[in-house]
Design a protein around this ligand. Structure first.
Ligand code: BES
Length: 876
C-alpha cells in the first residue's frame, strides 16, 4: 500500500479511437505525445491542448514500441509488421523503413537508441537482437532520397519462440484486455497484430514511395540472444574506467544494453561500434521479464510476469530486493529524476491489474491508484527539468484511453498549489491557470440559490486572494443587501505611474447557473475534468475560465514588465440572477475605479466550432412573472369543475394574446426596431454563406431572428403549491407564467416594460374574470451594440495573430445586464471577445471549454493589452 497517501489528480483523459494504447513517447522538444495503437497508426497529440494533431500512417500492424531521438528530431516505432520506422518529429512525416536482417522476426517488441553510438537496437519475437547504425544514412534521410531495395521475403506464419510455454501467464493477462474485440489488446505475443501476428513488407515499391528502406545487415544481429521473446530493452551508461594498452585511462563511457525476455533471463551486452558482446546473464526468478528501467548506471528494475519488480545491482549482479508490486503482470516501467538527487528519484510501474504505483529512492510505494479500467500497457513521464513538473505521468491502456496524471496536485500538497504564480508555462498540463481554474470551479457559486450564498462568498474571497497573489491590488465590494459581493482587482502598468497610460476595465462574473436536478453530467459539475481536449465543469466557460484568462493575461504581462495599461477586473457575483445591485455597486466604486478608456468582456460564444469571432451586439431582456390569482384555495376538479373561473384557463388565454406565430402582439412593439441597412444585410448574408453556418442552418432569416429582431418566450407555467399541486384532479388557485422579451436597438427598456404591463392588464380586463392579474418584473438588461474603434480593431488583429484567421463579427441573442450599465456609468466603449465555441453548453449539462480556446484566449488578451491601442509601452 502507498505510505504517503499521495493522490494523483487526473488532468486529462484522451479517447484513443477504440484502440488500445500499446506504447507512448513524450517529446518535450516539440510539445507532442506519440501513442502507438493496437491498430496500425501512431497518434500524435498536442501536449498543451490534448488535441490530436495528426496520425502517422505506415505500419501494417500494432505499434509495440516507440523511442525518441531528440537530437535528430526522430521518432522510432516498432511494430507487429516486423519493421521499424523512423519519423521526423518536426514535419511529422515518414523518413525511413528498417527491415530486420532476418525476415522471420515476428513482432518487434522493444527499441533502444544509443545516441553516442548512433545505433538503434531492437528486440524481436524470434529471440534475436538486431541493430543498425544510422550515422551514415543521416544525410540520405534528410535528402528524402528514393531508393527502392527489393527485399524478397517469404510470407510465413511465425510460430512461437523457443519458450512459448513461458508466455502462458502473460498471454492470459493480455487476452483479458481484448474486452470483446477481435484481437488481443496488447498486440504482444503471437497472433496479436491483425490476427496473424505479422505480415511481410510489400515487394513492389512505387516511384512515389519517397520513404527510404534500409535492411539490417546479417552481421548486425545476435540471432538467438535469448531463448524466449525479447520484450524489453534498456541502456546503461557507465564511465569507462579501463586502461588502454599504453596504461592510460580511457575517457568516454561504456554502454551496456540490457535485454529482458520471456525466458526469465536478463542479459547484459556491452555495446561498441563493432557490435554486441554478452557480458552477463542475470537470473533470479522463474517469471518472464516484461519491462525494464534503470536509475543511473547500477540500479536496474525488471518488471515481471505475475506482478513483482526485481531491483538489481548491475555491478554485483545481485537482486537487491524484490518488490511485490502488483497482483498481475508488470507491463511497463519508467524512471524519473537522477540518482544523484534522491528527492527526485522516482519509479512508476504499470500493470495488467489496471494500477499504477509510484516508488521513491528507498523503494517505498508513495502512490498507488487504479488508473484504468483495463490493462495498463504503456507509461511515459514528463522530464523533471520541465518547470519542476516531474510528476506528470501519462498512461495508456486496453480501455482505449490515454490518461494524464499530476502527482503534485493532491490534498496533501494543495497548499503548495493554492498560490500559483503567473508566468509563461511550457505545458498546458501543468499550467498554473488550469490548476487555479480547478479550484475556482470547485466553489458552488450559484447566485440564484440562497442556500449557496456562503459558497458564493467563499468563492469571492478565494478569487480576491488569488488575484492578490497574481500581483493585483484587490478589494471586495459589497453587493446589494443579501446579495453577493463583487471582486475588484487592479494590475498596475509597469511604466512610471506618472506616465500617461490607458485604463482598462475587464468585466467577468464568478456566479454560475445551478446544475438542474434532471441534468445528467458525465462527471461532477464541481470538479474540473479534462476530456479529449476539453475542460468540463459548471462555469468553466460561463464565465470562470474567461475570467481567469483575462486575469492571467494581465498578470503575465505585469510579471514580464510589459503591462502598458492599468487593468481593473470587476468580477460580479449576481450576473446569472439578473445583476441585482450592480449599478449601485459600480456607482459606489466609481472613484476607486477611476477614469476608464475601454471595457473588455468575454462572456459569449463563437458562432460555430472553428472560426474565431468577436461579439458586436447583444439583445436586451425583460423577464417578468405573470400571475393569475383567484380568491379560492386549490379545488378538486370533480367537485368544483365548471363552478369556478379557473386561473389556468385565464392564463392560457392571456398568453395566447401575446404572440401570433413568431410575431409579438404587444402594440407598438416593433415600432422602434431599427431598420436594417444594406451593409448589415450583407453581413448576415456573408455569415450565412460560411461553412459552419450552412451546417447549422444559420440562414439570413434565422440570424436576423436571433440577433436583430425582438422576441417573446414563455419559460414556465407553475401552479400554486397547495396539496396535490400539479395533480390532474386539482384546479390550482394561482398560476404563474415566467415570460421574457428580448429587445433590440432601438427599443426602450422602460417603454417596452410599460407596454407589456399595459397589454396584460388590458387583455385580462377583456376576459372579465373575477380572478386578479399581477405582473412582476424580475430582471432587465438593455441591448448593446459595439462601435468600431481603435480598440475593436486591435482586438480583431490580436485574434487574427493568435488564430491565424480574422474573426467574424457576430451579434448574439443573449443578454448581459452589466454591459450597458458599465458603458453608461464608466463612460467608455466596450469590446467583447467570445472565448468558447458554440458547443460549450453553457447553462447545460457537461458545460465545457476547449483547452486551446482558453489558452489562446489568454494570449489574445495579452496581445490586445500589448497593442498600441492600449499600451503606452508599445507607443515608445
Ligand atoms: N453569457 C450569457 C449571455 C449570453 C447568452 C451571451 C447567450 C451570448 C449568448 C449570460 O450569462 C446570461 O445567461 N444572461 C442572461 C441574462 C439574464 C439573467 C438577465 C440571458 O441572456 O438570459
Amino acid at each position: 500500500m502507498a505510505e504517503s497517501g499521495l493522490e494523483p489528480r487526473l488532468l486529462h483523459t484522451i479517447s484513443h479511437d477504440s484502440t488500445s494504447v500499446l506504447s507512448l513517447a513524450v517529446d518535450e522538444q516539440s510539445g507532442l505525445v506519440f501513442s502507438g495503437s493496437q491498430a496500425e497508426d501512431i497518434y500524435v497529440w498536442d501536449l498543451s491542448t490534448f488535441q490530436e494533431k495528426t496520425r502517422l500512417e505506415g505500419h501494417t500492424a500494432s505499434v509495440l514500441a516507440l523511442e525518441l531521438c531528440p537530437e535528430k528530431s526522430w521518432l522510432f516505432s516498432a511494430s507487429g509488421d516486423s519493421t521499424v520506422r523512423i519519423w521526423d518529429t518536426k514535419t511529422l512525416s515518414p523518413l525511413c523503413v528498417i527491415h530486420p536482417a532476418d525476415d522471420r522476426v515476428g513482432d518487434i517488441f522493444a527499441l533502444k537508441w544509443c545516441s553516442e553510438l548512433q545505433t538503434l537496437y531492437f528486440g524481436c519475437q524470434n529471440t534475436s537482437l538486431q541493430w543498425i547504425t544510422l550515422t551514415s544514412i543521416t544525410s540520405a534521410i534528410s535528402q528524402d532520397e528514393v531508393r527502392a531495395v527489393p527485399i524478397v521475403r517469404p510470407h510465413k506464419f511465425f510460430d512461437s519462440g523457443p519458450h512459448a510455454g513461458s508466455q502462458t501467464r502473460l498471454s492470459t493477462s493480455l487476452s483479458r484486455s481484448a474486452s470483446g474485440r477481435s484481437t488481443p489488446a496488447a498486440g504482444w505475443p503471437r497472433g496479436s497484430a491483425r490476427g496473424a501476428g505479422f505480415s511481410t513488407p510489400p515487394l513492389d515499391y512505387s516511384p512515389s514511395d519517397r520513404v527510404r528502406r534500409l535492411q539490417v545487415e546479417q552481421r548486425h544481429m545476435v540471432s538467438s540472444a535469448h531463448s524466449g521473446y525479447i520484450y524489453a530493452l534498456d541502456l546503461l551508461q557507465k564511465p569507462d574506467r579501463h586502461l588502454d594498452g599504453g596504461g592510460q585511462r580511457r575517457g568516454g563511457s561504456k554502454h551496456m544494453l540490457v535485454s529482458g525476455s520471456g525466458d526469465e533471463d536478463i542479459k547484459l551486452w556491452s555495446c561498441t561500434p563493432d557490435g554486441l558482446t554478452q557480458e552477463a546473464v542475470l537470473h533470479h526468478s522463474d517469471n518472464g521479464v516484461l519491462a525494464l528501467a534503470s536509475w543511473g548506471s547500477c540500479t536496474l528494475f525488471a518488471g515481471l510476469q505475475g506482478g513483482d519488480i526485481e531491483v538489481w545491482d548491475v555491478e554485483t549482479g545481485r537482486v537487491v530486493r524484490t518488490l511485490h508490486a502488483h497482483d498481475d503482470d508488470v507491463l511497463a516501467l519508467v524512471t524519473v529524476g537522477s540518482i544523484a538527487d534522491e528527492d527526485t528519484c522516482i519509479l512508476y510501474s504499470a500493470s495488467a491489474d489496471g494500477r499504477i504505483r509510484r516508488w521513491d529512492a528507498s523503494f517505498k510505494c508513495t502512490a498507488d491508484w487504479v488508473a484504468h479500467n483495463g490493462i495498463v500497457l504503456s507509461i511515459a513521464s514528463l522530464p523533471q527539468a520541465v518547470g519542476n513538473q516531474g510528476n506528470i505521468v501519462l498512461t495508456g491502456a486496453s480501455d482505449d484511453r490515454i490518461k494524464v496524471w499530476d502527482l503534485l496536485f493532491s490534498p496533501g500538497t494543495l497548499e503548495k498549489h493554492s498560490r500559483p504564480t503567473a508566468g509563461p508555462s511550457s505545458l498546458g498540463t501543468a499550467d498554473p491557470m488550469i490548476s487555479a481554474l480547478a479550484q475556482f470551479v470547485a466553489f458552488k457559486s450559484v447566485s440564484a440559490n440562497e442556500n449557496l450564498r456562503e459558497d458564493c462568498r467563499q468563492c469571492a474571497h478565494w478569487l480576491k486572494n488569488h488575484l492578490t497573489d497574481l500581483g493585483a491590488e484587490t478589494a471586495l465590494l459589497p453587493g446589494a443587501e443579501g446579495h453577493n459581493p463583487l471582486v475588484l482587482a487592479t494590475f498596475r502598468a509597469n511604466k512610471s505611474r506618472l506616465a500617461p497610460r490607458k485604463r482598462v476595465v475587464a468585466y467577468a462574473h464568478y456566479d454560475v447557473i445551478t446544475p438542474g436536478p434532471c441534468e445528467s453530467w458525465s462527471n461532477s459539475p464541481w470538479s474540473l475534468t479534462g476530456r479529449d481536449g476539453y475542460l468540463h465543469a459548471r462555469g468553466v466557460s460561463d464565465n470562470k475560465g474567461p475570467c481567469l484568462a483575462i486575469a492571467y493575461a494581465a498578470a503575465e504581462l505585469a510579471k514580464e514588465g510589459t503591462l502598458g495599461a492599468d487593468v481593473t477586473l470587476v468580477v460580479e457575483g449576481e450576473e446569472e440572477a439578473g445583476g441585482c445591485g450592480f449599478t449601485e455597486a459600480i456607482r459606489a466604486a466609481k472613484e476607486q475605479i477611476g477614469p476608464v478608456d475601454v471595457i473588455l468582456l468575454s462572456n459569449s460564444y463563437w458562432l460555430g466550432e472553428d472560426t474565431p469571432c468577436l461579439t458586436v451586439g447583444l439583445r436586451g431582456v425583460v423577464q417578468a412573472d405573470l400571475e393569475v390569482r383567484s380568491d379560492f384555495q386549490d379545488r378538486h376538479s370533480g367537485v368544483d369543475g365548471g363552478a369556478v373561473r379557473e386561473p389556468m384557463i385565464d392564463m392560457i388565454k392571456l398568453l395566447a394574446s401575446l404572440t401570433e406565430g413568431e410575431r409579438v402582439l404587444l402594440p407598438t412593439f416593433y415600432d422602434s426596431v431599427r431598420p436594417i441597412t444594406p451593409a448589415e444585410r450583407a453581413m448576415y448574408a456573408q455569415i450565412a454563406q460560411m461553412k459552419h453556418s450552412r451546417a447549422s442552418g444559420q440562414t439570413v432569416e434565422a440570424l436576423m431572428a436571433r440577433w436583430r429582431l425582438p422576441s417573446l418566450s414563455v419559460h414556465r407555467i407553475s401552479v400554486s403549491s397547495g396539496s396535490g399541486s400539479g395533480n390532474a384532479t386539482v384546479i390550482p388557485s394561482t398560476v404563474t407564467a415566467a415570460v421574457s422579451l428580448r429587445l433590440v436597438p432601438d427599443q426602450d427598456l422602460d417603454v417596452i416594460t410599460d407596454t407589456l404591463i399595459a397589454h396584460v392588464s388590458a387583455h385580462f380586463g377583456k376576459l372579465a374574470s373575477p380572478n386578479r392579474i399581477g405582473v412582476y418584473i424580475k430582471h432587465r438588461a438593455d441591448w448593446w451594440l459595439g462601435e468600431d474603434s481603435a480598440y475593436s480593431t486591435a482586438l480583431a488583429s490580436a485574434v487574427q495573430s493568435e488564430w491565424g484567421q480574422a474573426p467574424v463579427s457576430i451579434r448574439e441573442g443573449g443578454s448581459i445586464p452589466s454591459l450597458a450599465i458599465l458603458e453608461k456609468e464608466l463612460e467608455a466603449p466596450a469590446v467583447h471577445l467570445p472565448m468558447g465555441q458554440a458547443s460549450d453548453r453553457a447553462h447545460l449539462a457537461d458545460e465545457r471549454l476547449r483547452l486551446v480556446n482558453l489558452l489562446k484566449g489568454k494570449s489574445v488578451v495579452k496581445r490586445w493589452l500589448a497593442s498600441s491601442a492600449i499600451s503606452n509601452a508599445s507607443q515608445r
